[in-house]
Ligand binder design. Structure first.
Ligand SMILES: NC(=O)c1ccc[n+]([C@@H]2O[C@H](COP(=O)([O-])OP(=O)(O)OC[C@H]3O[C@@H](n4cnc5c(N)ncnc54)[C@H](OP(=O)(O)O)[C@@H]3O)[C@@H](O)[C@H]2O)c1
Length: 261
């Protein structure tokens, strides 16, 4: 039977003082999208450091190889790489991804849907269709296809965690955030629909996580005038990513979680 669900406030913050035990994710198989840079890279390395075998998915192979080498050099479980450009991949590529994971690993214990693009920062009345379409393809359509094809592998695990990546502007709209904000509202919607479907019938926990302002390429592009050091580094918010991925958050389901208070 699935663990009893904990009902939290609709939006909650991961415990800031959370201390994961070193072997929290030992033996787990976890796929991270956008694993070559920013928050996805930090999460892949944190999961591997806590014992997981990570599957690194992203569009820039050299970046994925750098993360692969760092994980191997640190003596963590040997990762795997799956190059995929979420802007251009067609449905068969997602089927192939699921088949490759099934053949090599049998199932998935965790899925961090992290990869996103920022798109244009401009008012709706001057937004371009091309940029809108790309943001929706990467941030919404690809999230659906990854979920659609990888969910059966998560359902085979004794206790699996699926984490969607949200944003403050995906919970309250803000001027000039255009397609990006709308895509994050859609992400929250997908999370809620899926969480309701998995309620009591599956051992897959489904939540969204808003990292909050974090010093990455995306943040620097969104706020060029800001001092980058005013935001935490990706490694500084990994307590939330570990908490939500591991068994210490058992029962947390259908929640919009914040990494920072
Ligand atoms: N940083 C913040 O302050 C902040 C705040 C709120 C929410 N978020 C969310 O947190 C997540 C991570 O953001 P980040 O700040 O770490 O951004 P980032 O530094 O720009 O990293 C984004 C990652 O997504 C990958 N990616 C982008 N387009 C892709 C595509 N078409 N196919 C495959 N992979 C693709 C990138 O690959 P390449 O490196 O190869 O381009 C990169 O690894 C995103 O969902 C973002 O919306 C971030």
């Amino acid at each position: 039977m699935p663990a009893a669900r904990i009902v939290l406030n609709p939006t909650t913050t991961a415990p800031a003082d959370y201390q994961p035990r070193p072997d929290l994710l030992a033996g787990k198989k976890i796929l991270v999208t956008g694993a070559g840079d920013g928050i996805g890279r930090a999460a892949a390395e944190a999961y591997a450091a806590h014992g997981a075998t990570v599957i690194l998915l992203g569009r820039t192979v050299e970046k994925l190889e750098t993360v692969y080498d760092a994980i191997e050099a640190a003596g963590h479980p040997q990762p795997a790489i799956f190059p995929l450009d979420l802007a251009s991949a067609e449905e068969p590529s997602y089927r192939e991804l699921a088949q490759a994971i099934e053949e090599n690993f049998g199932h998935l214990d965790g899925l961090l849907l992290n990869a996103s693009v920022l798109g244009e920062r401009r008012p709706i009345d001057s937004a371009t269709w091309r940029a809108w379409e790309e943001v929706m393809q990467v941030n919404v359509n690809a999230q659906f296809l990854l979920t659609r094809y990888l969910l059966p592998l998560l359902q085979r695990a004794p206790d699996a965690s699926l984490i969607f990546t949200s944003s403050g502007v995906g919970r309250r709209g803000k001027a000039f955030w255009g397609a990006y904000a709308v895509s994050k509202f859609a992400t929250e919607g997908l999370m809620q629909v899926l969480a309701a479907e998995q309620e009591n019938t599956s051992r897959v926990r489904v939540n969204s996580l808003n990292p909050g302002g974090t010093n990455t390429a995306m943040r620097r592009a969104a706020y060029p005038a800001e001092n980058p050091a005013s935001n935490p580094a990706p490694a500084d918010i990994m307590h939330a990513y570990l908490y939500l991925m591991g068994e210490d958050s058992a029962g947390v389901h259908g929640q919009a979680v914040n990494a920072q208070g």
